[in-house]
Every structure is written in C-alpha cells, then in structure tokens.
Design a protein around this ligand. Structure first.
Ligand code: FAD
Ligand code: NAG
Ligand code: NAG
Ligand code: NAG
Ligand code: NAG
Ligand code: NAG
Length: 538
C-alpha cells in the first residue's frame, strides 16, 4: 500500500520538481489567525523551519468580518494598577504572547470592548514586526500524505497547484462554516454571516432570531433599537456567562434583551425545539415558524405575537463549525465523538489529531478539550495552549525537554506564591493548565509552568520530564457546582475572603495538590493524591 502510494505521489510530484515549485518545510501552519500567528512566533523564536499559509492578503481576516456588529467580547483592560506584565495579561485578553512589550493590544484601543478593526491592525503589526514567515494569498485546497525519499510527509496543495511538503502540519483554520441545520424552510432565514448590519432595514420590523448564543444576542441587541419586536428562539436555557463563568456564554454586554424581556417590553426569549421545527412563508412576504406534528405536517405556533402576525426577518445565528473540505484521503481527522463538540476535530492531550499522526491543531480548533468550561475558545486561553503545544513539539521532534527552573525548597515557596499572585496562563486556562513541581532530593525541585493537566500522566513521554518523588500541581479552579446556568453567583455565602477560609470560596482560587506517586493502570497512568495543600501567606 505504502509503495503504491509513494509511486503515484512521485509521479504527480515530478513535474513540480522540474518547475522547482516543490517546497519543503519541517512545520507547515495553515491559517494566519491569532492561533497560527502565535504558533509561528514560538517556532521562529526556537529557530525552527516553518511557514504559515494564509488564503487572504492579511492576517486575522476573521476579525475583518466578525463579530458582525464589530465589538469584541474580549477585554482590553489598559489600567490594572500594576506594571507586572504577566499579571496584566490576566486582564488583557487579546494580546498575543511575545517578548516585545510594545506589541500589546492595549496600545491599540482605549475601549474595554474594542472595535474588531483594531484587533486586525494589531494582529498585522504583530505579524509584520516580528517578521513571521507567512505566505499570503495561498489557499490550501488539499492536504494529503506522500513519501519523499522514504519519509512519510504531508503534501499541501495550494490554489495554484504548488506542492508544499511538511513533516508536521498544524491546522489553525478556525471555525468558519456556519452551522445550518437541515430544517424545512431554512432557505427563508438569513444567516448571521451575511445579514445586513444597516439597522435602518429593521425599522418597525418583527424579527425572529434562531439561536441563543452571543451572536444571536449581539444581533438582537443591535437591531432592537429600531425593530418592532425581537424574538430569540432556541432550545432554551440561556446560559449567562455571569453564572457559568464561561466566556463563550452570553455576556452582559450582549444581554440587554434579557432586560427588556424580563421588564415586559416587546422583546422575548422563546424556548422550542430546533428539531421538529419549520419555517413557513406566508402572504405579503411574512414568515412564521411551525412545529411538526405527529402526522408529519407542520402547524403554526400561534401563541406568540410575532408568529401570529408573522415575522419580516428570520435570522439564523446557530454557531460555526470547522471546514473539513481540505482533508484528503489518509489525512482526515475524525470529529470529536461527543455530540456537543462534534464540530471540532478529535484531538489528544498533546493537541494531535487522534486519527492522523503528526497533524496538530492550534487556536480555536483545540477548544474541544475545554468546551464550555475554560478559556480555550478565545485568544486569552489558546495563546497558552499554543505555547504548550510548542513545548511538546520541541520535545517530540528536537529532544528539548519542557523548560524547567531548578529551585530550592525555600525558593519554591516564594516562586509558588508569586505564580499564585501573577500567573496568567493557569488563570485564563483554569483547570486545564497546571504549574507542576517535580519534587527532587536534597531540596532541589524542578518547576514546570503551564503543563496541560491531561499531559501530566504521560509527562516523561510527552514532555521529557520524569516524576521520581511525586509532584505538586498548582491550578486555578472554581468551586464545585458553582459554575452552572441559572446559578445565583452573587449569593454572599459563597465568597470567603480571609486567609483561613479562602479555600472554601467557590469563586476562582488557586489549588495546590500533592501527588505521592503514580501507578500504571491498563492503558493509563494514575496519580495518587497525597493531599490538597493549603498555602497561607508567607
Ligand atoms: C462571532 C464570533 C465572535 C468572536 N469574538 C471573539 C472575540 O471578541 N475575542 C476572541 O478572542 N475570540 C473571539 N471569537 C473566537 C475565535 O473566532 C477567535 O478567537 C479567533 O478567530 C480564533 O483564531 P484562530 O486563529 O483559531 O482562527 P481564525 O481567526 O478563524 O483564523 C483562521 C485563518 O485561517 C485561514 N484559512 C482557513 N482555511 C484556510 C486554507 N485552507 N488555506 C489557507 N488559509 C486558510 C483564514 O483565512 C483565517 O485567516 C469569536 C468567534 C465568533 C464566531
Ligand atoms: C457555598 O454554598 C454551599 C451550598 O449552599 C455551602 O455548602 C458552602 O459552605 C458555601 N461556601 C462557603 C465558603 O460558605
Ligand atoms: C519591539 O517592537 C518595537 C516596535 O516594532 C521596536 O521598535 C523594538 O525595537 C522592538 N523591541 C525589541 C526588544 O525587539
Ligand atoms: C523531515 O523530513 C525530511 C525529509 O524531507 C527529513 O530529512 C527529516 O529528517 C525530517 N525531520 C524530522 C524531524 O522528522
Ligand atoms: C441603510 O438602509 C437604508 C434603507 O434601506 C438606506 O437608505 C441607506 O442608504 C443604507 N445605508 C447604508 C450605509 O448602506
Ligand atoms: C454537585 O452536584 C452534584 C450533582 O448535582 C452532586 O451530586 C454533588 O454532591 C454536588 N457537590 C457539591 C460539592 O455540592
């Protein structure tokens, strides 16, 4: 099989070798969004042979169009009262990591929720000033595998049929395809990706929005200034970020409609199934929603003002999935198994595709690992996952173990308390990235920062660091059962502020766990928890 493949591949490749359009790199990154740029920065700093392919002529093109109403959801906090740049990153959610302090998004906008154009400007300055190796206007149309001198490599073909060969591929193409369910009448709905943002088109109109996430509420909020009424239709259970602590859930800046609904204005939030549901066109161009009855016919939902009168616009805001069309045979990452995350590729703890060796993901596409939980959907979280991926790659392909500081027991106490007070990666990616202290003899310990918690059981294999005498793990976490839709998180009893009882607080807090030793299960390594350690002030 391998030989036939290799033969056909050489045949195909031959004309391109002659035209010298046949280019080889150790690392190929597809996509110059924030994920791809962050990856490029780390590879460049390590002196690795890499290239980024981007179909557009600029970096960060996602943000030239999205969010449609142009306000970012990621905080851009300029003033924190601190000059510590690590601490400040806890509150600056857009800046990409680099060793140049002038490349900070906080210099580009004074707004806490900046205009998306400012992020595009920042991302392009980042790419240009750091001279990242990006080949623009290069659309990767097919990705497959082939052999070169007996070495199995990825073959990336661009729109001009140029072939690029790479040992390792990193896919950072983002979530770009709108999810469009196969629903009767969906053709009457306009999509979030292409709706008009000219609000004068919605003056005194009845508008139905399908979906109850940020893009739905963002759209509702933008048109509610002028619309006659706005209804948001969804499965129900609007998830407020203030209750769930998940930055991808409905954010306060987008939730004015919740106010006008609860305070009895004309806007409303409607619960209903998205299956067994249809959209019907009525007289005078008006649109209604209908439910499918037992005999498979659609009947109108008549208990809402909007459906009785009909809607002038139905707008679909049902989220995005990633574009699988570039993956060729032998190179198709399978989708994550759980239904809630099947719009993501299935990846391992080291961000590698479960079904395609040496293919990794970076940026928003790694969010299946912490979906609806931690910060991996967005720049503030995945900038750290990308750094972790880079460190894993350094070990796997270049025998450079995970960076570590050698600390005495006394230094360790101070270092831990500094990390608790300042660290941003473990704070943004709470529960997902941990600082790990490998306990050594003679009071000499190794301090490893921001290790993905799922990597810890295979630390030696994946990161080149061995656990000998047990280890400590420092994470940030919310208290149990505190992050839930409908939770009244402002309830006073769940905040504890004194050093003595701070560990009982259910808001985000540091947890230090001590693991004595590990055992090998059938296919996994388990660590035995020795104790949860409480650090008081030093
Ligand atoms: C409506 C909406 C609003 C959001 N708002 C925010 C926000 O305010 N803050 C935030 O941090 N996150 C936000 N996100 C989340 C997320 O979209 C961003 O964090 C970010 O765009 C993800 O970066 P990325 O690099 O993974 O992907 P993208 O930014 O999507 O970048 C992918 C890049 O790959 C390129 N590409 C794709 N396919 C190919 C190909 N075959 N060949 C060559 N190039 C290709 C694209 O042109 C693009 O430049 C939002 C998401 C949505 C849906
Ligand atoms: C938070 O609330 C729970 C449930 O009411 C309670 O058991 C717990 O003790 C509270 N936490 C604190 C720190 O008071
Ligand atoms: C940081 O970037 C600025 C602006 O591009 C540049 O002038 C400066 O030399 C850079 N500093 C370092 C240390 O690279
Ligand atoms: C990458 O591929 C080249 C062949 O193109 C090979 O010589 C090299 O050893 C490979 N590198 C790694 C780290 O696998
Ligand atoms: C917005 O729509 C109105 C009404 O359809 C139109 O008159 C106006 O020119 C549009 N504005 C822009 C900026 O397109
Ligand atoms: C959290 O909720 C689960 C299920 O609702 C329950 O079994 C568990 O006891 C709760 N834990 C705490 C600490 O309240």
């Amino acid at each position: 099989m391998a030989n036939i493949f290799s033969f056909t591949f050489l045949l195909l490749a031959l004309p391109f070798i002659i035209q010298s359009k046949f280019i080889k790199h150790q690392y190929c990154i597809v996509g110059a969004g924030p994920g791809g740029l962050q990856m490029a920065y780390f590879l460049q700093r390590a002196g690795r042979d890499y290239i980024v392919f981007e179909r557009h002529n600029i970096a960060g093109s996602f943000f030239t169009h999205y969010p449609r109403h142009r306000r970012l959801l990621s905080l851009n906090k300029q003033y924190t009262g601190s000059l510590n740049s690590e601490f400040n990153l806890r509150h600056d959610w857009n800046t990409l990591l680099s060793d140049n302090d002038s490349l900070k998004m906080t210099r580009y906008s004074d707004d806490l929720y900046p205009h998306a154009d400012q992020l595009v400007r920042y991302l392009n300055d980042y790419a240009n000033r750091l001279q990242l190796n990006i080949q623009y206007q290069t659309d990767i149309v097919k990705l497959s595998r082939g052999y070169l001198n007996g070495i199995n490599m990825f073959k990336l073909i661009d729109q001009h049929q140029n072939i690029h060969l790479c040992n390792v591929t990193i896919i950072s193409t983002g979530l770009s395809k709108p999810k469009i369910p196969d629903t009767t009448g969906m053709q009457y709905a306009e999509g979030y990706e292409s709706i008009s943002t000219n609000t004068s088109e919605y003056v005194n109109k009845n508008v139905l929005i399908l979906g109850q996430g940020n893009s739905a509420f963002e759209t509702a909020q933008a048109i509610s200034n002028v619309a006659g009424l706005v209804h948001l239709y969804g499965r129900g259970g609007v998830r407020l970020a203030t209750s769930t602590h998940y930055i991808g859930d409905l954010r306060a800046v987008n939730s004015k409609i919740v106010d006008s609904y609860q305070l009895k204005s004309l806007d409303g939030i409607v619960e209903g199934p998205l299956e067994n549901f249809g959209i019907l066109k009525r007289k005078k161009g008006l649109i209604s929603i209908a439910l499918r009855g037992t005999k498979d016919e659609l009947f109108l939902v008549n208990d809402m003002t909007g459906t009785r009168k009909g809607y002038h616009h139905v707008i679909r805001c049902l989220g995005f999935e990633y574009d699988r069309s570039i993956f060729g045979q032998g190179c198709r990452p399978r989708s994550a198994k759980k239904e809630s995350i099947e719009h993501y590729p299935d990846i391992k703890a080291n961000y590698e595709a479960v079904s395609v060796a040496h293919m990794y993901f970076a940026g928003a596409l790694t969010h299946s690992l912490d979906y609806r939980h931690s910060g991996g959907c967005c720049i503030q979280g995945f900038r750290y996952s990308v750094r972790a991926l880079h460190r894993l790659l350094e070990w796997r392909y270049h025998q450079v173990p995970w960076p570590a500081k050698l600390l005495s027991s006394e230094q360790l106490l101070y270092y831990l308390s500094m990390r608790i007070n300042q660290a941003s990666g473990t704070y943004q990616m709470f529960g997902m990235l941990a600082d790990v202290v490998l306990i050594g003899d003679n009071h000499q310990h190794l301090y490893l920062e921001e290790v993905p918690t799922r990597v810890i059981p295979n630390l030696e294999n994946l990161a080149g660091r061995k656990v000998t005498y047990g280890f400590l793990a420092l994470t940030f976490e919310y208290g149990k059962n505190f992050s839930q839709p409908n939770k009244d998180t402002l309830d006073r009893e769940n905040y504890s502020f004194t050093a003595r009882n701070a560990y009982r607080s259910r808001n985000i807090h540091p947890i230090l766990r001590y693991y004595k030793h590990h055992i090998r299960g059938k296919s996994k390594v388990f660590f035995i928890l020795g104790a949860q350690v409480l650090i008081l002030q030093i």
